[in-house]
Design a protein around this ligand. Structure first.
Ligand code: HEC
Ligand code: HEC
Length: 318
């Protein structure tokens, strides 16, 4: 994986010049013979590298462990996961599937300003939003090995994406502005979802919960009707994605998001500068909850579910 770096270092030693000079020399030679494809950024042809299944250096091993945590989050970190979801319950195909909030390319966009936090946040905080909200769990210490393994995986699957750039299919595709009918959604749920997610939405075996104490919290993006509709429209039913219409996806999303789910402590301070999306199911400054579901108290340590915006160490008057 670091073959190029090793090659440059070797060249630098042999020729007695600096690494920078060696680098320039290699590039100018390459420019004459062939275009250095690794340097040219084209979002449409870029592909995330494959994780080495026989890792043999410390960074590759961290990447490998990071992927294992993403796919087996609950088993790997039971103290940090509230329900029966893993990261890849939503970030499908190891975080590589477009329109399923892909994680490829994400690393290149952090630190990033988030409206919901009203702050510029590092990728560790973004990961912890998903631990505390989407997994209804507890934040992972940013300086823990497990967090750094996750970040190593995220960095690796963004290899070659320049800082601040975007890749196609990022996030969850924006849906047309419709409103779901939860009674129609209930019927659609029975016909299309029960066989996997169970008739009480609690999941079956390895299949994750859609509501109830084992599900994502009210503060998760997935708890918003439009966000859930987009995920469902493009990715569910798991074995027949794309078979529901936009309206049907909204209907079933309306049904699911109206059901009880774990609370998300501190959610009332989201979007501190205004601009709360219309479908946020809880009150924030200047926003009235949209169809709020019943919230279930957090059984795990509620304080560990709050990821505060980075605080200044020098400014005391805030
Ligand atoms: C219940 C579904 C769900 C689960 C489980 C989940 N996430 Fe997310 N995650 C999302 C959604 C939805 C977004 C926001 C996508 C958007 O709208 O841009 C997101 C965003 C992210 C982002 C930012 C992506 C970007 O483009 O900026 C990262 C990083 C991330 N999640 C990591 C994780 C990790 C790591 C885990 C496990 C600890 C996890 N997520 C679990 C749903 C989930
Ligand atoms: C064939 C089985 C199957 C069917 C049918 C199915 N799902 Fe899923 N669903 C899954 C699996 C499996 C995952 C997790 C993906 C993974 O782990 O790779 C999932 C994940 C989800 C998630 C994100 C994680 C969570 O638990 O919140 C939502 C939301 C969801 N499904 C909604 C639905 C809806 C709505 C329907 C019906 C329209 C549906 N699913 C039908 C298997 C299924």
């Amino acid at each position: 994986m670091h073959a190029r770096v090793r090659l440059l270092a070797a060249l630098a030693v042999v020729s007695g010049c600096s690494l920078q000079e060696a680098s320039n020399r290699v590039d100018s030679t390459a420019a004459v013979t062939q275009k250095p494809s690794s340097r040219a950024w084209n979002p449409n042809t870029w592909q995330a590298p494959t994780v080495d299944s026989t890792p043999d250096d410390p960074f590759e091993i961290a990447v490998y462990r990071g992927l294992a945590i993403l796919t087996h989050t609950r088993d790997s970190l039971p103290g940090y996961v509230g329900g029966n979801l893993n990261c890849t319950s939503c970030h499908l195909d190891e975080g590589r599937r477009v329109n399923a909030a892909p994680l490829v390319g994400a690393f290149a966009r952090y630190p990033k300003y988030m409206d919901r936090s009203g702050a510029v946040v590092p990728i560790e905080d973004r990961v912890n939003y998903c631990f505390t909200r989407s997994l209804a769990g507890s934040k992972l210490p940013p300086d823990s090995r497990e967090m750094q393994d996750i970040v190593a995986y995220l960095a690796f699957i963004s290899t070659g994406v320049p800082t601040g750039e975007h890749v196609p299919g990022e996030g969850l595709a924006k849906m047309p502005a419709l409103t779901g009918d939860s009674s129609k959604g209930r019927l659609l749920f029975v016909d299309n979802c029960v066989r996997c997610h169970g008739n009480n939405g609690a999941g079956l075996g390895p299949i994750p919960a859609l509501w109830g104490p084992q599900s994502f919290s009210i503060g998760a993006s997935m708890a918003r009707q439009e966000r859930a509709a987009s995920f469902i429209r493009h990715n569910m039913p798991f074995d027949r994605p794309g078979t529901l219409t936009d309206q049907q996806a909204y209907d079933v999303a309306a049904y699911i998001t109206a059901m009880p789910r774990p609370d998300s402590p501190g959610k009332e301070t989201d979007w501190p500068n205004g601009g709360t999306p219309p479908d946020a199911p809880y009150d924030t400054k200047g926003h009235k909850a949209f169809r709020p579901p019943k919230v279930l108290p957090r059984t795990n340590n509620p304080a560990a579910a709050i990821v505060a915006a980075p605080a200044s160490v020098s400014r005391t008057n805030k």
